[in-house]
Design a protein around this ligand. Structure first.
Ligand code: FES
Length: 108
């Protein structure tokens, strides 16, 4: 059975609107984004060639991050790669919750 655990990211005031933060969880990196006061967490490693997605451009209108190396886009809510011709290419995505003034992600 997989047990999920809550990992603290930071305090809310440490991740302003339009910015991202990367943290290492076990053997991977997760990027957490603030888009207009909503928080999203996806794998930080671009599926294409491994660029760190927290270095990408955040498109707040589309709620996407655009990889800084070759421009692949990811939906922050689902992790879906929106530029890949296949419809089933996703970066891992993780639930985010707020407790008090702190941000947490749920990792299985
Ligand atoms: S490494 Fe991200 S688009 Fe190429």
């Amino acid at each position: 059975m997989m047990i999920s655990s809550s990992i603290k990211v930071c305090k809310i005031n440490e991740l302003p609107d339009g910015q991202s933060k990367c943290l290492r969880v076990n053997d991977k990196e997760v990027a957490v984004f603030n888009v207009k006061g909503k928080y999203y967490a996806i794998d930080n490693t671009c599926i294409h060639a491994g660029a760190p997605l927290n270095d990408g451009h955040i498109d707040e209108e589309k709620c996407q991050v655009i990889c800084s190396w070759h421009g692949w886009g990811y939906d922050l809510a689902t992790g879906k790669c929106v530029t890949h011709p296949r419809q089933d290419v996703f970066a891992g995505s993780y639930p985010v919750k707020i407790l008090g003034d702190e941000i947490f992600i749920e990792i299985k």
